[in-house]
Write a protein that binds this ligand. Structure first.
Ligand SMILES: [Mg+2]
Length: 252
């Protein structure tokens, strides 16, 4: 699918790792191109703030990586949601990964060099990017810890990682909640993502009359192409007349 031109009624929902940023060997090693925060801020201004980052990372990591850009954002796949006016919603409050799960997983990966646990405020991820041969064992371990029918937590497949996250949260839910409010309400959402959890965000964008774009299909699997499309988008928007001046007969 070819990515469309942006227009002034677009809203952008952007995943971070694998979409705006190249995947790194570990989440800490990710490199933010120096021009990216400014590019996103430019789009944010052109779209009246309708640019949201929707990531599996906690909000504070999103903010640190993209500083000083501080947009509406969903962290941990929608568990933490920040609206454009800065209002923060955490959902649901007070549910934490049981300590014995963390202990069992920590002991379970001890003998597997390259496998590591990333703790998050409301969940955790087990990464095996540096030891891909452990994939089956990692999945066996996490499945032994988290029952498939657990009421609060679910396993979320990620790129060379598996996450334990809150069942109640999803990127689709995050898009729906953001779309209910300004400046997103009434706009045409475009969701771009590269991973399993992004599919829910893409589906929700389509339900709002918008589009879901997979990085692999629409951008050749390369975050640099996503950034280039966004850069093209800012130039295209700059060339468009402001909406109020677009009526026939309006002075040029
Ligand atoms: Mg991603």
């Amino acid at each position: 699918m070819t990515p469309p031109d942006l227009d002034r009624k677009s809203a952008l929902f952007l995943d971070l790792d694998g979409t705006l940023l190249e995947i790194a060997a570990t989440p800490e090693l990710v490199v933010v191109p120096p021009a990216l925060p400014g590019l996103l801020a430019h789009l944010h201004q052109q779209l009246d703030g309708a640019v949201a980052i929707v990531s599996g990372r906690p909000l504070h990591q999103i903010d640190n990586l993209l500083a000083p850009f501080h947009p509406a954002a969903a962290g941990e796949h929608g568990v933490s949601l920040r609206f454009c006016d800065g209002t923060l919603q955490e959902l649901p409050v007070g549910i934490a990964i049981p300590d014995d799960w963390r202990d069992t997983l920590t002991r379970g990966i001890e003998a597997w060099p390259g496998v590591r646990i990333e703790n998050k405020p409301h969940g955790l991820a087990v990464h095996y990017r540096l030891a891909p041969e452990r994939e089956a064992e990692v999945w066996e371990l996490v499945r032994s810890v988290v029952p498939a029918d657990h009421p609060w937590f679910r396993l979320i497949p990620a790129r060379e990682a598996v996450e334990l996250g809150l069942r109640a949260a999803s990127k689709g839910d995050a898009v729906e909640r953001l779309m209910a409010h300004a400046p997103f309400h009434g706009r045409r959402p475009i969701f771009i993502g590269d991973d399993f959890t992004d599919e829910a965000g893409m589906s929700m964008a389509r339900r709002f009359g918008g589009m879901g774009l997979r990085v692999a299909e629409a951008f050749g699997g390369d975050p640099a192409n996503v950034r280039a499309w966004l850069t093209h988008g800012t130039q295209h928007l700059d060339s468009q007349p402001p909406p109020q001046a677009a009526s026939p007969g309006a002075p040029a």
